[in-house]
Design a binder for this molecule. Structure first.
Ligand SMILES: O=C(O)CCC(=O)C(=O)O
Ligand SMILES: [Fe+2]
Length: 257
């Protein structure tokens, strides 16, 4: 089933193909390759939540590893978002260890992601990250993940959220795919889709394309996730990338970090 949001995307693309918009109207859309727009995952809004990925044993190993590595975690705080770039945030983060790496690079994981996204993927680095939202108010402002992080795999390892609060929820903007990130930051409630991933659940998200944020965690809530970045392997001639140095290119550069 094609969602309403995808229909909008497809129609907007067709319109642009007929009568190209001026550069200032392109936004991030000018950077979305056709295979991504046409992929099964994008047809679902650019994200999906799964259970049992990683499997039970692997999940338990990640849970113990993330607690062991918390002593190495560093503050990753930025009070104000950079215009068009790095988002404001409060979180602790550290590089993953050998158990996360085994999941990150595992053949089963890569096969699964290829099935879900409809495209071959490759890890962007040797290690992923563990993110700790353990201080009241820890969050990440709306952003798109940076260059090389087309697809992100977020596994919730711990989250003691109260069911009545939206603390620590992921806020997604699948219907604002074509908008500049500054516009989304100015009106964060507009067409926001709020989703909680519970411990054991994994979100697969086109994080380089679908803007997203993490809502501030509440007093006493501890949300800890594993975050893994993948590059989509798309033949170069299919890419719709803008020439280097355009505003659109600049918007894509800032990495999650
Ligand atoms: O904590 C999360 O669920 C996602 C964080 C995120 O989007 C990021 O660090 O880029
Ligand atoms: Fe992100």
């Amino acid at each position: 089933m094609i969602s309403a949001s995808l229909q909008t995307i497809v129609e907007a693309r067709r319109d642009r193909a007929r009568a190209p918009l001026s550069k200032s109207h392109l936004g991030v859309a000018g950077l979305i390759p056709h295979p991504v727009l046409d992929s099964p995952l994008m047809k679902m809004g650019g994200y999906e939540i799964f259970e049992g990925i990683p499997g039970k044993g692997q999940f338990e190993r990640l849970q113990s590893e993330v607690l062991r590595l918390i002593v190495k975690a560093c503050q990753s705080d930025l009070a104000v978002s950079e215009s068009g770039g790095i988002p404001a945030r409060r979180q602790l983060r550290t590089a993953g260890g050998k158990f996360q790496r085994a999941f990150y690079h595992g053949r089963r994981t890569l096969r699964f992601l290829r099935e879900v996204s409809g495209l071959p993927v490759e890890p962007t680095g040797a290690f992923g990250a563990y993110l700790y939202y353990t201080r009241p108010g820890d969050y990440v402002a709306p952003h798109r993940d940076g260059e090389g992080c087309d697809l992100v795999v977020i596994t919730c390892l711990y989250d003691a959220a109260s069911p009545s609060s939206d603390g620590g929820m992921l806020c997604l903007y699948p219907d604002r795919l074509f908008e500049r990130i500054d516009g989304i930051r100015a009106t964060p409630e507009k067409r926001a889709v709020k989703v909680r991933i519970a411990p054991g659940q994994t979100m697969v998200l086109f994080g380089g394309y679908v803007a997203h944020s993490v809502l501030p965690v509440c007093e006493g809530q501890r949300r800890i996730v594993s975050s893994l970045c993948y590059r989509l392997v798309i033949p170069r001639h299919i890419s719709t990338k803008q020439p280097a140095g355009t505003k659109e290119e600049e918007e894509k550069k800032p990495k999650k970090n």
